[in-house]
Design a protein around this ligand. Sequence first.
Ligand code: CUA
Length: 195
Amino acid sequence: MYTTGVTAPQGTWWKPAHKAERVWFTIAFVWCLVLFAMMPLWHLRGGQNPSGIRARVAPADYIARVRQFVADYGTGESEAGIPIVAPPPGAEVYLLAAQFQWTPILQLQQGAEYTLHLSSLDVNHGFNLYPFNVNFQVVPGYDYGLRVTPTEAGDYRIVCNEFCGVGHHLMVGRVIVDASDASGVAVAQAAGADR
Ligand code: CUA
């Protein structure tokens, strides 16, 4: 025997659910509500899921912001020709994702607060600050601003964790966090020669 789309289905789904099924459905539904409530709770109490600042921006306008940022605070270039930028504490910091590069290299100070802006030139990219559990979508057409305070000095990599094309695995950026002394003044980083 075969059935077609206009034939009533065989089964008992229109009869009242079994008691066990109702119990499991209730458990699953309550758990859904718990997980739903966790999203704002993580934001308010856990310091996760930051809401950030969002605004639409045309890619060309965002590139202009990045260029201005490099012009204002640029300190040099890496061997690969990527600008290195050392913004002062409190600055607006602009990072551009494009197939398959992060621009510029950021040099920040430990303990200082910045507003980090993320946007993409072309497709979706993923901002992952290795080795920390920091993940953000980088979306073309949107400027996503995050208030960040680097807490640990070091030389970190930005790994793209959103598949963005054939060079996805090569898309590695860099964030340098210079150590501060107790008064909050940046201490010159000794190991800066290979930038
Ligand atoms: Cu950019 Cu993957």
